[in-house]
Structure formats: structure tokens, C-alpha cells
Write a new protein. Structure first.
Length: 378
């Protein structure tokens, strides 16, 4: 009898524990993040359920009203969330009251973030109206750079960048090869007959389009193509050659792990937070392939996924010695440094994006340079 009673007690405790934490995360959660510097950032997370999965919309309401798509999961009392577009993650514990989550938000560095479920309109923080999106350039516009200056880069200037802020386009520490790769969406191995200085001499460019509004990716490339032809006197013809390439493909068995972007149109945001740490916002698969071939890998990358649309995601991996060659020699690893726990790039594609990166050969377009000169004076 005592044994049977003990079994009933154990079963009741187990049932109570599972009931306690079989919680629904749906609702509005809010808390204050303190990243340092004397500034507190109020954070609102709206969680909804789609089928068996949770979708999360993150707002940093003291930094504007733009929401960022993410995901949320709960297992027992453990809560995990991710904001792929900024490389942010959250891990916490759902407390017994069902309306409090105690946890930590990480974006490179961890910071405490305790969340409380807003249960009434009076306790729910107001989300400010997001700033109006930048006015896009006319879709049928065929723009050129109205004014453009090209100057040799300073030898002591670090980094490399292509930026578009308002009406101003700029590059820093970019070679002619970089400009051609950007303008035509190719890899340097697709360039034939380029002079030596095309990969060594670096330039800074500042340019203003002759059309109002923010250009889309194709319009920006069109302007760069015209600029190179005008100022570098570039002439080339296209050909086909069999090259070693990397192909981005779908898994074939499982769905991808990409998060649909909440941004409608505009330019993608793909900026490395250090080598092997890539948060991406509003990016297409073609954008991902272009960045992989221009900055990371040693051969062309082709998109064979068939996936359309724009997505937010984060890709984190441990680069090998052959990646990021265009960034120059890497500093040596400090003695006694702990080894990285991040996977290699191919594993990261599979585990983090639900995609495959595979080595293969393919007939690939090449650009044979017929004429090119150093840029004309401004």
C-alpha cells in the first residue's frame, strides 16, 4: 500500500511539473536592457503562434519603432529566442508565475534582460511609429552618378566598405577588381587579363546619383558599371569557361531555417561582426552568394536554391586559412586562447540556414578585359 501511494505521489508531482510549464508564450513581453554607457533600452517582444512554432517580433522602442523578425521556443521552463537580422539571442527561464522570464540577451556580449508579460492595455508600453522608409528611386529610372570623386586611399586607413547613406554613395579601400566584382556580381576568378594594379591599388569613391530616391541593388550596380566605363575606360567581352565553383542548394529533405524579412524592398544589410560572424537583414539568396564569393571564398558562388524573397539570418562559423583572403593576413592566435566552438562554414550552412554549400564545377561566365586605365583626374 505504501509503495502504491508513493508511486501516486511521484506521478502527481511529474504531472504538476509538466502542467506548470506547458505554458503558452503568446502575448506581449517587455523589459529593460542595460547595455552600458548609461543608457537603458526598453525592449518589447510580441510573440504569436503559427502552427506548432512561435514567431517573435522584437522592438527596441528607445531606438525607433522598426520591428525585427525572430523566433521563440520553450522547453520545460527554458525559453530561447533569436533575432537573426542582428545576430541576437535570448535565453531565459519562465518563472512559476507564468508571466515572468528571467534571462540574458546576447549580441556579442551578454546582458541581463528580465521580461514581464503585459496583461492590460495600461501596462503595455507604446511602440513608436517607425520612421518613414526612404523614398525609393523610380523603378524605371536608368541612373548615373551625377558627381563622382575618386581618390587614392590613405595607406593607414583600415577596412573596406561600400555604403549608401541618403543620396551619398561611398567606398573605402576598394580596388578596381572590387568595383568590377560589385558592379557585375562576379568573383575575381571570373576576371581575365586584369593588370596587376587592378588588385593592389586602392581607391575611395564618393558619388551622388542624378535621380532622386534610394536606388535598388540593380540601379546601384548600373551606376557603378557606368562609372567604371567612364573613369577607368573599362572595355571587356564575355566568354564561358569551366571553373571550380561553390553552389548553394537546398537540403532537399528539410525546410530551410531562414526568417522572412519584415523590411519591404530596399538594400540588404550584410555586415560582418568580425570574421565568421555574419548577421544579415533583408537579404536574398543572390545577395548571400555574392557576399560569399566577394569576401569569403576563393572561387565563384552560384545560387541554386530557387528560394525567392528577402530574409533575415545569422551565420556564425570558424573560418579556415583559405577564407577571407582579400582581408589580408590574419593576426596570430594568442597563446593559450581557447579553441572556437563554432562549426566550419559548410556545417554552419546546413545547421544554421538549412542549406548546403557544395563544391562542384560548372560552365561559368568570365569577363575578358580588353582595355582599362587608371582613373581620370576628378
Amino acid at each position: 500500500m505504501k509503495k502504491r501511494l508513493l508511486l501516486w505521489i511521484i506521478a502527481l508531482v511529474a504531472f504538476s511539473g509538466s502542467t506548470l510549464f506547458a505554458q503558452d508564450l503568446t502575448g506581449t513581453w517587455q523589459g529593460t536592457l542595460s547595455p552600458g554607457g548609461g543608457r537603458d533600452l526598453r525592449t518589447v517582444i510580441k510573440i504569436s503562434k503559427q502552427g506548432d512554432n512561435y514567431q517573435a517580433l522584437f522592438y527596441s522602442i528607445d531606438q525607433g519603432g522598426q520591428g525585427m523578425n525572430g523566433t521563440a521556443t520553450i522547453q520545460g521552463s527554458g525559453v530561447k529566442m533569436a533575432v537573426p537580422g542582428i545576430g541576437g539571442t535570448y535565453e531565459g527561464k519562465l518563472e512559476a508565475d507564468g508571466v515572468t522570464i528571467t534571462g540574458t540577451f546576447s549580441q556579442g556580449r551578454p546582458f541581463p534582460l528580465n521580461l514581464k508579460k503585459a496583461t492590460t492595455p495600461e501596462t503595455t508600453w507604446a511602440i513608436p511609429e517607425p520612421p518613414p522608409p526612404p523614398k525609393p528611386m523610380r523603378a524605371d529610372a536608368n541612373p548615373s552618378f551625377e558627381v563622382a570623386t575618386i581618390k587614392p586611399s590613405r595607406p593607414d586607413q583600415p577596412g573596406k566598405a561600400f555604403t549608401m547613406r541618403g543620396k551619398q554613395f561611398a567606398t573605402i579601400n576598394t580596388t578596381l577588381e572590387d568595383l568590377i566584382v560589385f558592379a557585375y556580381g562576379i568573383h575575381t576568378k571570373q576576371l581575365i587579363n586584369a593588370p596587376d594594379w587592378a588588385s593592389s591599388q586602392k581607391f575611395d569613391i564618393n558619388a551622388t546619383p542624378d535621380e532622386e530616391g534610394t536606388p535598388n541593388s540593380n540601379q546601384l550596380r548600373t551606376m557603378m558599371q557606368k562609372l567604371i566605363a567612364d573613369r577607368f575606360q573599362l572595355k571587356f567581352h564575355r566568354d564561358k569557361r569551366e571553373l571550380s565553383v561553390y553552389a548553394i542548394t537546398t537540403d532537399g529533405k528539410n525546410p530551410n531555417k531562414l526568417t522572412k524579412s519584415s523590411t519591404d524592398g530596399g538594400l540588404p544589410g550584410l555586415f560582418f561582426r568580425g570574421l565568421g560572424n555574419l548577421p544579415a537583414r533583408n537579404a536574398t539568396m543572390a545577395d548571400l552568394a555574392g557576399l560569399m564569393q566577394s569576401a569569403v571564398l576563393d572561387r565563384p558562388v552560384v545560387d541554386q536554391t530557387g528560394i525567392t524573397g528577402r530574409y533575415d539570418f545569422t551565420l556564425i562559423w570558424t573560418p579556415d586559412d583559405f577564407q577571407f583572403a582579400s582581408f589580408g593576413p590574419r593576426p596570430p592566435t594568442p597563446p593559450g586562447a581557447a579553441p572556437s566552438n563554432n562549426p566550419d562554414l559548410f556545417t554552419a550552412f546546413r545547421e544554421q540556414l538549412g542549406l548546403r554549400l557544395e563544391s562542384t564545377k560548372a560552365q561559368t561566365e568570365v569577363f575578358v578585359l580588353d582595355k582599362v586605365e587608371k582613373p581620370s583626374e576628378n
